[in-house]
Design a protein around this ligand. Sequence first.
Ligand SMILES: NC(=O)c1ccc[n+]([C@@H]2O[C@H](COP(=O)([O-])OP(=O)(O)OC[C@H]3O[C@@H](n4cnc5c(N)ncnc54)[C@H](OP(=O)(O)O)[C@@H]3O)[C@@H](O)[C@H]2O)c1
Length: 251
Amino acid sequence: MTRPIARRVIILGAQSAIAEAAARRFAAEGSRFVLVGRDLARLNEIAADLRVRGAAACEVEALDLVEARDPRGRMRAWVDTLGGISLVLIAFGVLGDQEEAERDLHALDRLLAVNFNAPAVWAATAAEIMMAQGGGTVMAIGSVAGDRGRQSNYAYGAAKAGIGVFMQGLAHRLAPSGARAVLVKPGFVDTPMTAGFAKGGPLWASPDQIGAAIWRAADKGGPIVYAPWFWRFIMLIIRAVPAFVIHRSKL
Ligand SMILES: NC(=O)c1ccc[n+]([C@@H]2O[C@H](COP(=O)([O-])OP(=O)(O)OC[C@H]3O[C@@H](n4cnc5c(N)ncnc54)[C@H](OP(=O)(O)O)[C@@H]3O)[C@@H](O)[C@H]2O)c1
């Protein structure tokens, strides 16, 4: 049996249900954490839970990850707090409202900033440090929504497609250094983000299923990891459907 690895983990958007499920797995290995999100009370609750589950240390910081100033400085400070870095997980995001994004350009701008600009900037800051140290994994959560533009969610989908290409390119750049960049791409997941959806059936995953995929991808695989794996084949088919067929649908 291989020994569990105690990692040094920074989670951006640590209140996310998917991130919390992943963090529990790393905590069981005795990892150390910096948890960043907007709600300090909730972050403290998650940190207490992770300590009970085996985390060696857990610092929290309340921060709006889109509005944050000096991302380089913040990332450096978190890495110093941990005494190094093994994994940066970029989990924050919003589904947004496609119709609002069509009406209101500020809403569109905001949706793209939360789901693409800010994750890309944070990934770039983590990558600099990992390149210099010659190892570590920077991981972002994308979405299968980024695999094909559809009328119901193409603003969110475009941002997720963008972060996918960014992480793929970053993985290429990092490869010679020994560091890695990974995009985990879930399908439907039962979390607060999908609270308004009718749930159930074989396509819906639990946060823990995606947490397990994140935990595995911390060591190997990528740069693009579908979660669960079968979405790779579903999206292969969806991408192959001709536009004239899609245009007759309400998808
Ligand atoms: N659920 C799904 O079906 C699904 C599918 C594919 C991909 N994903 C992706 O998975 C990731 C995690 O989502 P989830 O399903 O776990 O949903 P979630 O529980 O709603 O988590 C999303 C988190 O992002 C945080 N966030 C949003 N804007 C932020 C900001 N400006 N600064 C700091 N934190 C911010 C939210 O914090 P607040 O609580 O402060 O708002 C929330 O905790 C997201 O990137 C999402 O797009 C989800």
